[in-house]
Each structure stands twice: as structure tokens, then as C-alpha cells.
Design a protein around this ligand. Structure first.
Ligand code: EPS
Length: 347
């Protein structure tokens, strides 16, 4: 089993993660990992925080001479904008953010005590974890990539950027949709035998845990609602070199809670970011008087960045399912088991 924990506040000293269960003998390419962190910072509509942060990962433990040891991997990313103790108290929660409920739940009278951890800055740690997982998946020819499909209802690149410009001009924010595709995934990750082992459920869980993600669909997704069965189920074919295959992929690569060997295709919808320059009505949590919501520095649009975060959490979940299916404490052992299985299901 693979597992990880993250820690860190947006304006605290650093963002960290511990990844446990990664087999020994995986070659770690720090340059590749930092490319992933850089990708998370990009995209049209990102705010000024990204100009401050370098987001480079340091591997503190679990790796020796560029190879994983099989022990927990400690990952550290420094926050350049480290000033948590000097920030002013805020008592006006932002609708759509964790501020209000977080204060009620934890008994805080300063929404900063909530927002510092609820901030999407936490996804730095998840991308660092996902970057290790991507290196693991690469060893099996598996890759995960995202693409922005729509922003504010627009699907054309130029119009998408115009929507972002419009939102920025109006001191507003805008959301959108991105796709996520994993290729090279062998059939049989996940399982139909128990609810918590279903791969689609596991992926939906981790994807919807990304801040601001409000919908996750697989393959044809909501399109299934208006179709007849014969038109949408992916007919089965076989050839000696390909093994079993499909000519269509409406299932999005998952049937019965298991990968079926076709690309895993997911679409995620991200709501507009909750901090808006022209704030909505709110209530002061201390005085209970009407006020306007807090305005912090914010991103006008972070759909492309959320796509990169989604790649990371998907890479983690697929790596977890690979380790579960093919076992092994070392890369050699996992590869041996993987090769024997893949050969076996083709014959
Ligand atoms: C983010 C860092 C944050 C925000 C953003 C994501 O930094 P700051 O608050 O200093 O500007 O830019 O956070 C949110 C979208 C949010 O809702 O909290 C990052 O590193 O991704």
C-alpha cells in the first residue's frame, strides 16, 4: 500500500509531504520532479503569488544516491512568502471557501487560522508526491496528462483567455473543465469485489479532494444519461499482438471498478475560486454584523494548475493500485510480477 500525508500553511515556513510504500530501487529524477512543480504554477489567470515562489523540492529522506530505499520519502518545498505570524486577523468569511465552517468547527475567531491550511497552496505537497509517482509509473510505460477543455463555458483557446481577462477586469474569478488521460494502464487495477477497491470510486475520491473540484465524470460521463445501451457500450475485439481491445472508449477505461486496458479518461469541473476582488455579502463571525467578505490576493483562474494537481493525485492512486496488484518491495520484484501478468493475459 502507498500512502502519504501533507503538512504546511500557505504562508508558513514550508509545504511538506511524507510518501510511504514506494518500492526500493526507483531512480529519482529531481529535475523531472521540479518540472511538475513548475507546471503547477503556470496557466493563464494565475495570481501574483506565483511570481514570488520558486517551488523547488528538496528530498529530505528515503532516497540514497538518487535511488529510493523503500523507506518513507520526505519531501520539502520552501515558502518564500513566509510571514504567517505577521498576518492580520480576519473575521469576514469568504462564501465558497472553508472560512466560515472551518471557524465554527475548530472554534477559531480568525479565519486566517483556517484559510492558511485550506489554501490550494497545499497542492504543492501533492504535486511533489505525484511527481515521485509519475517516475514510478513511467517505468511501466504509464503516463498521465491533463488538458483544459473549457473556461467559463468557452471552448476555444482565445475565447477562454478572453473570459479570464473579463473576470480579471470585473474583479471576479472563473472556473472551467479539464480532462485527464492516463495511457498505458494495464487491465485489472482496482476490483469489483469490494466497494472501496473500485478504481473509479478511488479516483473520484482523490480528484474531488482537490480544492474547488465540484464534478468528476468518467468517459462519456453525464452523456450516458441520454443514450441507449447498444450505442454506448464499447464492443470487445481481440488480436494476437494487442490482446483484447475496443474501438471506442465511452467507459473511459474503467469497467466494473477496474481498468480495462484502454486509456482512463476523466473530466473534472472546477468552480470559480472563492476569493473575489469585488467581495460578496458576509457576516463578521465575532460581531455577527453584516459585512463584505475578505479580499486576499487571488488567482483569477487556476483550471490549468488544477489539471496538473489532478495528474498528480491520479498518478498517486494509479501507483497505489499498481503496488497493490503487483506487490513487491523492490522495483525488480514489481516489474517481474507485472511482466508475468501482462504476458499471461495476452495468451
Ligand atoms: C496558491 C497560493 C495562494 C493562492 C492560491 C493558490 O497564495 P496567496 O494566498 O498567498 O496568494 O494564490 O490559493 C487559492 C486558490 C485559495 O483558494 O486559497 C498556490 O500555491 O497554488
Amino acid at each position: 500500500m502507498l500512502r502519504f500525508l501533507t503538512a504546511g500553511e500557505s504562508h508558513g515556513r514550508c509545504m511538506i509531504a511524507i510518501l510511504e510504500g514506494m518500492p526500493a530501487g526507483l531512480k529519482i529524477d529531481l529535475k523531472e520532479m521540479n518540472i511538475e512543480l513548475k507546471r503547477r504554477q503556470l496557466g493563464y489567470g494565475r495570481g501574483d503569488r506565483m511570481k514570488i515562489e520558486g517551488d523547488n523540492v528538496d528530498i529530505l529522506c528515503g532516497v540514497k544516491n538518487g535511488m529510493t530505499l523503500g523507506s518513507p520519502i520526505g519531501l520539502y518545498v520552501k515558502n518564500s512568502d513566509f510571514r504567517i505570524d505577521d498576518l492580520i486577523t480576519l473575521t469576514n468569511p469568504r462564501p465558497g471557501h472553508a472560512d466560515l465552517v472551518g471557524c465554527l468547527k475548530y472554534g477559531h475567531e480568525d479565519i486566517r487560522n483556517v484559510l492558511e491550511r485550506a489554501s490550494a497552496r497545499e497542492t504543492v505537497s501533492r504535486v511533489a508526491v505525484g511527481a515521485v509517482c509519475k517516475l514510478f509509473l513511467e517505468e511501466f510505460g504509464i503516463s498521465v496528462l491533463s488538458e483544459v477543455l473549457a473556461i467559463g463555458g468557452e471552448k476555444n483557446k482565445e475565447k477562454m483567455n478572453k473570459k479570464i481577462d473579463q473576470a480579471r477586469k470585473n474583479l471576479d474569478t472563473v472556473g472551467g473543465i479539464f480532462s485527464l488521460t492516463a495511457v498505458g494502464v494495464p487491465p485489472g487495477l482496482g476490483s469489483y469485489v469490494a466497494a472501496d477497491r473500485r478504481l473509479n470510486a478511488r479516483l473520484a475520491g482523490v480528484l474531488s479532494s482537490i480544492p474547488a473540484i465540484k464534478a468528476v465524470e468518467f468517459g462519456l460521463g453525464t452523456g450516458y444519461a441520454s443514450a441507449f445501451g447498444r450505442a454506448v457500450h464499447d464492443a470487445i475485439y481481440y488480436s494476437k499482438d494487442k490482446g483484447f481491445y475496443r474501438k471506442t472508449n465511452n467507459a473511459g477505461g474503467i469497467e466494473g471498478g477496474m481498468s480495462n486496458g484502454e486509456p482512463i479518461v476523466v473530466r473534472c469541473t472546477m468552480k470559480p475560486i472563492a476569493t473575489v476582488g469585488k467581495p460578496l455579502d458576509s457576516v463578521d463571525i465575532v460581531t455577527k454584523k453584516s459585512t463584505k467578505a475578505a479580499v486576499e490576493r487571488y488567482d483569477t483562474c487556476a483550471v490549468a494548475a488544477a489539471g496538473v494537481v489532478a495528474e498528480s493525485v491520479m498518478a498517486f492512486e494509479l501507483s497505489n493500485a499498481m503496488v497493490e496488484k503487483f506487490g513487491g518491495d523492490s522495483m525488480n520484484e514489481v516489474k517481474r510480477n507485472y511482466k508475468a501478468y501482462v504476458k499471461g493475459i495476452k495468451t
